[in-house]
Ligand binder design. Structure first.
Ligand code: ADP
Ligand code: MG
Length: 314
């Protein structure tokens, strides 16, 4: 391709909200053999919604939701935001609407007067959060978190979580004072174009793969829905780059599409890193492509643009 062709292609990309960082990135995209998609916020809308909240002990439902929301108020995770939002609706109907506090304090939890005070908060990547409320330890997260902290998961609770996961939901488990008190089911619908894009890639001879920190059952249910057969689940944030490298082994050109801070090492490791959506600054920095429209169709448009630019016989 001539420098002019590269310039034109870059301009066409920009007009579609596809920012390409240089001619090398544009050229590599034509050879993409694997596209590895992050699940949450990339294939899915990233708008998690609580669909179920089940208490397994005698704890009052309002108290359960307050406890969980208090623990999650300090987390930036999409699951945490869904939980706080859900609990705030409960309190709204309970006669305690979220009250706007001093906005200058910047801490979102200050907006919710009904939250408990939290001590020793920590977010554990790939697992959940833990903190201390009223002198008792509170854990909110996946099985791994609870098991590692020595909380027993009764079989009827495990069965309930499995049921959620088989229907593509993420089960969030809650322990209070080392007892399992309840479970929340959280759904995050696929982007509307996701299935068509996966189909399109297959037609182009490109293999789609899904990678996620979420558990295997949920991941497989989502993958099945979108038409992806190759799923890497329960991957810790640092492990996503390893997944990219495992596909590069025989010299294959690998693209990674992701949106989060979690994804930036993988975006950097990929031959073609594509940051999607508003994304985080760090993901945008690590990427070769920025897909501003937050539309997965742009993955296909990007590959197509590169193929057309570099296959043209002059
Ligand atoms: P993904 O790769 O899908 O973005 P993450 O690595 O962010 O996933 O998280 C993996 C898993 O860790 C989540 O599916 C969830 O089970 C658990 N988790 C992480 N953060 C939280 C949180 N704040 N609250 C509850 N669960 C969490
Ligand atoms: Mg994500």
């Amino acid at each position: 391709a001539t420098p002019t062709a590269v310039m034109v292609a870059t301009g066409v990309g920009a007009n579609n909200g596809i920012l390409i960082k240089g001619g090398d990135a544009l050229e590599r995209a034509q050879k993409i053999k694997y596209v590895i998609f992050d699940k949450t916020g990339t294939l899915t809308q990233g708008k998690a919604t609580v669909t179920t909240a089940k208490v397994f002990t005698g704890m009052d439902r309002g108290e359960f939701l307050t406890l969980v929301a208090s623990a999650e108020a300090g987390s930036e995770h999409p699951l945490a935001k869904a939980i706080v939002e859900y609990a705030s609706h409960f309190h709204f109907f309970d006669g305690h609407p979220p009250t706007k506090g001093n906005q200058n304090q910047g801490v979102e939890s200050k907006f919710y007067g009904w939250l408990h005070d939290v001590l020793d908060f920590s977010a554990i990547p790939g697992r959940g959060v833990q903190c201390c409320i009223g002198g008792k330890r509170v854990l909110v997260g996946n099985r791994k978190l609870l098991t590692e902290c020595g909380v027993l998961i009764p079989s009827h609770v495990e069965n309930f979580v499995v049921e959620l996961e088989n229907s593509a939901k993420t089960g969030v488990l809650v322990a209070y004072d080392n007892d399992l008190v309840g479970v929340l089911g959280i759904a995050d619908p696929l982007k509307r174009e996701a299935t068509v894009v996966v189909e399109g890639l297959l037609k182009m001879g490109v293999r789609p793969i899904m990678v996620t920190g979420d558990n295997r059952r949920t991941a497989e249910a989502v993958a099945k829905e979108v038409g992806i057969t190759d799923v890497r689940a329960e991957v810790m944030p640092a492990g996503k780059a390893d997944v990219v490298q495992s596909f590069q082994k025989n010299g294959s050109v690998v693209a990674m599409v992701g949106d989060g801070i979690n994804d930036s090492p993988a975006l950097a490791a990929a031959d073609v890193g594509m940051a999607i959506g508003a994304g985080t600054d760090i993901a945008i920095e690590a990427a070769d492509y920025v897909l501003m429209r937050n539309n997965l169709e742009d993955v296909i448009i990007a590959i197509d643009l590169s193929r057309k630019t570099f296959s043209r016989i002059r």
